[in-house]
Design a protein around this ligand. Structure first.
Ligand code: SF4
Ligand code: SF4
Length: 495
């Protein structure tokens, strides 16, 4: 722009103020040669490990993924209120707890000169330890660094053939454990809520400050199997069948949400189908890095859903992290599987299904104010446009919080050693805003983690799922069937 002569004058001027050339050396005045100080010089060598995820955006190479970060540091400075990235950095303000810091350590691990023990590195493990796997960076980082995936990949190799932290067993295997617990919920609750709870938490690697969630008296799938004839629609819904996904959290802990979703879907004209054999998306095995098991769980689920997904039926997810698992992680774990690809394409949130497939359906008019906590996986994978449109159509005046991740993030906030960071992330925006909300304002949170964080965060509030709020406004016939809802939902500004 300025030409050699003027740049030389710049150099003379700079030298007056900076005779030792300490300010910005090698940049504008006397710039370094272009092939100096390259991150990857001609002598760059690295390993190319075999991986569980397929990294479709990185030519299938983990080494490419680990090079994505360009270092400009957006993850250290939230650039907008809608941004989720990076909750651990926002709390600790340590570089190694930023997306960039973690990406750098993974790069050094592959380069193998500073970090020499590869997947077994304890430095990398410790830097990833406070990553909440919120996927905030996947959507908010300008180059799409996906640290939640890299963390799962790392953990799977780091612990391969070794004893894992107890939390990986107690929470990673929760879907399987809950299949047993839902048969004897009273007994399980009596034990987990008894004076023996501290010992159980210690054995399970669960933070002492956390309460173990209670199992519902009857799981959703169980009530579905025994649904009385009078509460079923008299004729199949004209809009055709949909599969309602009975995720482990909704099924075992909050079945009233799935029951509410059935009412809403039937009111909108759909015929609801529910898989009654045990199924799971594998999420908890992914977040704890047990990827070989996660793939087995997913394949088993695809076997159960096979006919329905090959027939093109939409699959409705209520728990955002399970919905995101089908939409995104599943295809990266089973890249060549056609059924997985179909499931990914056909999976919809409740709001997406209603706005796409039932645009002429009139949602109940609720006329309420709502404080909305967006699940971080929904933010990263599905987005919130359909929810926003549906809430508007239902007369819900939504105040969507700029709170980022709730801080609980699945197993993260429950794991021993994570409570402080988890709570601090919640205290940044979410928990104070919920505490300050007036009682007439409904607290909406579709994620089990977000609801648990709010319930265990001294707010005195019980948040609800959008399905529950919509169902609360349906007509009398539907309302009769809502007797099992966890709590009444305030649906009118007047009441
Ligand atoms: S992780 Fe993303 S946002 Fe953070 S420094 Fe790297 S490229 Fe920038
Ligand atoms: S997944 Fe979340 S916590 Fe982990 S690095 Fe990305 S933004 Fe940070």
């Amino acid at each position: 722009m300025f030409g050699d002569e003027v740049v030389a004058l710049f150099g003379q001027l700079k030298a007056l103020f900076d005779p030792d050339n300490r300010m910005n050396p090698g940049k504008v005045v006397s710039p370094n040669p272009r092939d100096h100080q390259l991150r990857l010089g001609p002598d760059y060598v690295h390993t190319e490990p075999r991986t569980h995820f397929s990294y479709p955006e990185d030519d299938g190479k983990f080494s490419h993924a680990a090079l994505r970060c360009v270092g400009i540091g957006n993850c250290r400075n939230a650039v907008s209120d809608e941004q989720v990235m990076c909750p651990s950095y926002m709390v600790t303000r340590e570089e190694e707890d930023s997306t960039r810091g973690r990406a750098r350590l993974l790069f050094e691990m592959l380069r193998g000169d500073t970090i020499t023990d590869g997947w077994r590195s304890t430095e990398v493990r410790d830097a990833l330890d406070l990553c909440l796997s919120c996927k905030g960076c996947k959507s908010d980082c300008p180059v799409g660094v996906d640290m939640a995936t890299y963390k799962a990949e790392f953990l799977s190799h780091h612990y391969q053939g070794r004893l894992r932290p107890m939390a990986h067993y107690s929470m990673g295997w929760l879907p399987l454990l809950s299949q047993v617990a839902v048969r004897i919920p009273g007994l399980v609750n009596a034990v987990t809520q008894s004076p023996a709870a501290p010992l159980l938490k210690k054995l399970g690697g669960i933070a002492a400050e956390r309460s173990i969630p209670t199992f519902a008296p009857q799981s959703f799938v169980s009530t579905w199997k025994h649904r009385p004839a009078h509460s079923r629609p008299r004729r199949p819904g004209p809009r055709g069948p949909v599969v309602l996904w009975p995720d482990s959290f909704t099924n075992a802990f909050d079945p009233q949400i799935a029951r509410a979703a059935v009412l809403v879907l039937e009111d909108a004209g759909f015929e609801v189908r529910v898989p009654t054999r045990p199924v799971c998306c594998g999420l908890t095995w992914v977040s704890t890095g047990q990827l070989a098991t996660a793939k087995k769980v997913l394949r088993r689920t695809l076997d159960v859903l096979g006919d329905d997904i090959r027939a093109g039926l939409p699959v409705v997810g209520l728990e955002p992290s399970c919905t995101a698992m089908f939409r995104s992680d599943g295809v990266e774990l089973l890249p060549g599987d056609e059924d997985m690809r179909r499931l990914s394409k056909q999976t919809r949130t409740l709001a997406e299904l209603l706005t796409e497939r039932a645009p002429d359906w009139q949602p109940p008019q609720l006329h309420v104010d709502a404080l909305v906590q967006t699940h971080c996986h929904q933010h990263a994978i599905m987005g919130v446009d359909a929810d926003t449109a549906l809430m508007k159509g239902a007369g819900i005046d939504a105040d969507r919080l700029a709170s980022g991740c709730c801080g609980l993030a699945g197993n993260f906030g429950f794991e021993a050693g994570h409570y402080e960071v988890s709570r601090a992330a919640g205290e940044r925006v979410l928990l104070p805003r919920v505490r300050a909300a007036d009682e007439q304002t409904v607290v909406l949170a579709d994620g089990f983690s977000c609801r648990t964080q709010i319930e265990q965060g001294d707010t005195g509030r019980t948040p609800v799922h959008l399905a529950e709020l919509l169902a609360s406004g349906l007509d009398g016939a539907s309302r009769d069937q809502r007797g099992s809802a966890r709590q009444p939902v305030t649906t009118s500004k007047e009441t």
